[in-house]
Design a binder for this molecule. Structure first.
Ligand code: NAP
Length: 299
């Protein structure tokens, strides 16, 4: 899928954890004609990625990485982005390398880029794969992680069209569908659909874990509890970074949610069964509709 004139392109992935290593694994598994360079601050991680054939070479030197890569993919935790951008900045100025990322928050990336470069360069095409897992690190790499999942790209007004096309083809090559969004919309949508649910899951598990009968509670926890709290096993550092980077949008949706929850609390205290039932009926209808969309997509 990559523009034939550009083949074989060289892609440098910085951060060979779940997302970075899965992208490499996906390109490898589909035999995409691409040279893959990998960088990570853990020597153990880069050694594993190389020995498993996920990357062609380890290249941690920012200068060499920028000189050799046509596309650089930042796949580090959100709050590490500025530090990595600062290391790359002197070598990206000539505009030969396309820069994209996989971070879960896009506003903070834009702020970091503006901070480091003083503007939004044409070769910047921010991205975010809507796919993941509770496990992290190179050992969790999954070649099919992005298959039939969406990747949201949030190019800015001056992003180069060819750069957008090339980033799009890399993600299509690993089976993903591409959606375009503004940065603001992305951060609002993700605050509601991903960040809030994670906050609720972390909060519920933490609340129950502090109960004196926690062993009994967890012992008898049924499927509902497991389904609802699965995501509380997600990486704490990653989520610390996401919440601090998308605080405004998350606070908005959290306030909305708290007022809805207070409505339910009032209904329960007043034994207002009608209100409770209406909420449950509306929620079930919405969830059934959502499931049908997911089924349709998987077909
Ligand atoms: P991960 O498994 O922890 O991988 C991050 C990798 O980056 C680790 O190998 C880490 O090494 C390395 N790293 C950290 N700081 C670095 C630096 N300054 N220079 C070089 N390497 C560095 O995390 P992930 O789940 O792949 O997440 C990566 C990005 O993807 C995050 O921005 C996250 O928001 C986004 N994302 C995650 C998911 C998900 O479900 N996990 C989904 C979509 C998007 P150490 O482990 O040694 O620190």
């Amino acid at each position: 899928m990559i523009n034939q004139a550009k083949r074989p392109i060289t892609v440098g992935i910085i951060g060979l954890g779940l997302i970075g290593a899965s992208l490499a694994a996906g390109l490898r598994a589909r035999e995409v004609e691409v040279t893959l360079l990998g960088a990570d601050h853990s020597a153990d991680t880069t050694a594993k990625a190389k020995s498993r054939g996920l990357i062609d070479a380890v290249l941690n030197d920012p200068k060499a990485l920028c000189e050799q890569a046509d596309v650089l993919v930042l796949a580090v935790p959100v709050l590490s982005t500025t530090e990595v951008l600062r290391q790359l900045a002197p070598y990206l100025m000539d505009g030969k390398t396309i820069l994209t990322d996989v971070g879960s928050v896009k506003g903070s990336l834009i702020r970091a880029v503006q901070d480091v470069f003083g503007e939004l360069p044409t070769w910047l095409v921010p991205g975010h794969p809507i796919a993941g897992a509770e496990n992290s690190g190179v050992d969790a790499a999954d070649p099919n992680l992005f298959d039939r999942h969406q990747v949201i790209l949030t190019p800015h007004e001056r992003s180069d069209l060819e750069a957008i096309e090339i980033v799009t083809s890399i993600w299509r090559d690993v089976g993903a569908d591409i959606q375009m969004m503004t940065v603001e919309r992305h951060d609002e949508v993700l605050a509601a659909t991903s960040h809030l649910p994670h906050l609720l899951a972390f909060s519920l598990v933490d609340t129950l874990a502090q109960e004196s009968e926690k062993y009994e509670i967890f012992h008898y926890a049924a499927g509902g509890f497991r389904d609802f709290t699965r995501i509380a096993a997600s990486d704490p550092t990653m989520w610390h970074d996401i919440f601090l980077s998308n605080d405004a949008a998350t606070l908005n949706v959290l306030d909305h949610y708290i007022s809805h929850l207070e409505g339910l609390r009032t209904a329960l205290r007043e034994r207002d069964g009608d209100t409770l039932k209406q909420v449950f009926i509306r929620a079930k209808r919405a969830r059934d509709y959502f499931s049908s969309i997911l089924e349709e997509r998987s077909r």
